[in-house]
Design a protein around this ligand. Structure first.
Ligand SMILES: O=C(O)c1ccc[n+]([C@@H]2O[C@H](COP(=O)([O-])O)[C@@H](O)[C@H]2O)c1
Ligand SMILES: Cc1cc2nc[nH]c2cc1C
Length: 349
């Protein structure tokens, strides 16, 4: 039986409302186009909300999807895999990098253990309620997941997005956490876009030249191992992804299906967005890229999606931090469409 999924096209934010928002933007008491991307963001959010001017963003949610990766035992990261568990605990305690940014910008953060290779059952039950497995396979040696695990991960990511939207979330963000995860994310981008390992391999948490060469070889071996099997997105996630990355894909597809805008983060988020766009063509119209990571694969992935990141400040933290950091620009877009006078109101008649 052919298990290949039929791509499900996604309708964009309302073109009618987008046109009305552009009309309001063009009529503001500013020189035409003077608000640049801030104005464009306001118009995009208006179209996404179906309302001009758009409503203030009072309910913004970030979900950090955490997991370990078999490749971490093969010298591809500057840090040991034990950091993943430690940082899940740190996010729960509200003391991670993203925790500080999220408090500053009024974003509610939750962290989910999708595939951390540790027992986190002492944490609040919701953290581990969707655990798929302990760690995903080392992709240069074996598939990351079974096809069934990939399907389950996609479904649970979708479920997470649905729950947040049902609970009133106006804007969603995805974050990632997992030592070694820039290796499968780079491999996903390479396989999806037909790029060689050299062009997608970055320094991740800060590996040295020897580490980079090892990581490049791991990505190349993973691509060679799975050649010819990765045109179907579910197969791609099973072969080269992980449970946490597959869950992120499911989350992104579902958010766009529900018509809720998403701010993407760094490499993992944008690599998953490439796979989500393949599963749900048109979904990218519901996403904005929060920042440009230092990872080369993210640049390729952004380009393929036609997304220009809002910030370019050398961030490479993950955790959703670059999405949260970009939020003031989105709020600014809403403020100008709501509060700036029209030129017709201020000019003497
Ligand atoms: O978001 C990014 O683009 C990004 C770039 C480099 C590193 N990270 C974070 O660092 C970890 C992965 O780096 P590595 O070197 O272990 O593959 C993981 O926890 C990510 O959240 C994140
Ligand atoms: C300390 C630390 C925090 C992180 N947060 C996301 N990835 C990370 C990797 C490390 C090493």
């Amino acid at each position: 039986m052919d298990q290949t999924r039929i791509p499900t096209p996604i309708a964009p934010p309302s073109p009618d409302v987008a046109a009305r928002a552009q009309e309001r933007l063009a009529g503001l008491a500013t020189p035409a186009g003077a608000l640049g991307r801030i104005g464009e963001l306001g118009a995009w959010l208006a179209a996404a909300q179906g309302e001009v001017p758009p409503r203030p963003l009072t309910d913004v949610r970030l979900v950090v999807l955490a997991g370990d990766h078999g490749v971490a035992a093969h010298g591809v990261s500057a840090y040991p895999a034990t950091v993943t568990e430690a940082m899940v605990r740190t996010i729960v305690a509200g003391r991670a990098g993203v925790s500080a940014l999220a408090r500053e910008h009024g974003v509610a953060v939750s962290v989910l253990d999708i595939a951390v290779d540790a027992d986190l059952s002492d944490l609040p039950a919701e953290v581990g309620a969707r655990k798929v497995r302990r760690g995903s396979g080392a992709i240069h040696l074996t598939d990351a997941l079974t096809r069934n695990e990939a399907e389950r991960s996609l479904a649970l990511g979708a479920e997470v997005a649905r729950e947040l939207v049902d609970d009133g979330a106006q804007l969603l963000m995805t974050g990632d956490l997992g030592i070694g995860n820039t290796t499968p994310a780079a491999a996903l981008v390479a396989a999806a876009l037909g790029l060689p390992a050299d062009e997608v391999t970055g320094r991740g948490t800060g590996i040295d030249d020897d580490g980079w060469t090892r990581k490049r070889d791991v990505v190349a071996a993973a691509l060679a191992r799975t050649a010819g099997r990765t045109s179907d997105p579910v197969e791609l996630l099973a072969a080269l992804g992980s449970a946490d990355l597959a869950a992120t894909v499911g989350f992104l597809v579902e958010a766009s299906t529900l018509g809720v805008p998403v701010v993407l983060d760094g490499l993992m988020s944008v690599a998953c967005a490439v796979v989500a766009e393949a599963m749900a063509p048109g979904a990218a119209a519901w996403w904005v890229a929060g920042h440009r990571s230092t990872e080369p694969a993210q640049a390729h992935a952004l380009k393929s999606l036609g997304l220009e990141p809002l910030l370019d400040v050398g961030m490479r933290l993950g955790e959703g931090s670059g999405a949260v950091a970009a939020l003031p620009m989105l709020r600014s877009g809403i403020a100008v469409l709501r509060d700036v006078a029209l030129l017709s109101e201020v000019l003497p008649s």
